[in-house]
Write a protein that binds this ligand. Sequence first.
Ligand code: UD1
Ligand code: CA
Length: 452
Amino acid sequence: MSIHAIILAAGQGTRMRSSLPKVLHRLAGRPMLQHVLDAAAAVPVKMQHVVIGHAGDAVRGAIPDAGIRWVEQQQQLGTGHAVMRALPSIPDDEQVLVLYGDVPLVQPETLRLLLAAAADAPALLSVNLPDPTGYGRILRSADGEVEGIVEHKDATAEQRRISEVNSGLMAAPAGVLRRCLARCGNDNAQGEYYLTDIVALAVREGLPVQAVVSANADEVAGVNDRRQLAHLERVFQRTEADRLMAAGVTLADPARIDIRGALDCGQDVLIDINCVFEGSVSLAPGVQIGPNCVLRDTRVGAGSVIEANSLLDGTTVGEAVQVGPFARLRPGTVLADASKVGNFVEIKQASLGKGSKANHLSYIGDATIGNGVNIGAGTITCNYDGKHKHSTVIEDRVFIGSDTQLVAPVTVGAGAVVGAGTTVTRDVAADSLVTSRVDQAEVPGWAKRRRG
Ligand code: UD1
Ligand code: CA
């Protein structure tokens, strides 16, 4: 039997106070809706139907459309109405999973349990909350059977004391869902078509409605405002931190790490506080990351050390490399084994060979640098002439003195020495010395005479 996910994402999310649709607000760097789509995909489901309304075009535009069926709900007449909009294309004998675009942490395993409970009748996912205010309450008979759901606004004072609430997530055979929804009205406190009404209707038909009770309130928590989003962000990050520690990573503080993508770590990696990992990052065994580093789409080889306040983006770092503090490595940077990049060095689209060093205050862009090269402090590759970018080639064992400009396109041959303060405008032959300094002039006693 095929499974269809209907994901409700038409609401406005007023309490976010945002021009961005609620389901596009990011958790761990991805829109909340993307988390839900990923969880559904992992179940797996045959088809994802996303119900959009408020700012629907923005939602659709922000999500990579891998076979999603977008369903328009022009007016938000209730959760039942939203599901009804998606149902016509789903055959009676297939299973439906109803998810919310603003319940981002739900796990595929929980969804599988919910589906298993919904073979012949609707099943709902509930949770016990110390403060159930605002939620739909689960009504049970004296012997504990689920009888229905009453919304907070429609509940009596006695019903409001029930702590078991409806998460909103449900599963049901499409045929049962269609039949029950057709009989739902909107005669209630909110004048809405409630999806929750199908529970009592199914029970009245004699169907055995089950509740899967979640033990984890955060997993089924919805986001209505930014405070709740921030809470779930920390819950998510703590789970990631625990996963890393279980795999042999030392975190200086598991509450101060942010993973916005996939971080893969070998054993004995050490990550200091306040680091952010974006996109796909891998750290080989023994890598050390200092405090306040940002790594995006970057690979770091075994034993390398990234010192504090460094930013690495689209960078490949070899083994036993030292980077930072305060290094900025932009896309296309490749650092070979045992190389060294020091403070206030910016590198872009350039490779640094084995054992080569750029220790202080340099800009290296569009360059190929060989092995055993020393780049002195303040060296600049002048790669841009105002119109085009040009390349610099520095061959093996070259020594570049401090405060050198290399006006690209230019090549410095192997073993050459460039004197400090040189502006290199023409290719330099291997093993040459090149300087372009004005001769030093000296007037003996001049300073003393001036002082008088
Ligand atoms: C709903 C449940 C309630 C449950 C709570 C959990 C109903 C009637 N009530 O209440 O039992 O405790 O969720 O958070 O289902 N949406 C649409 N179209 C609509 C209406 C809603 O797409 O016409 C979407 C919203 O964008 C949101 C989700 O459905 O993602 C839930 O809607 P919301 O209005 O927040 O439902 P609650 O009143 O919180
Ligand atoms: Ca809600």
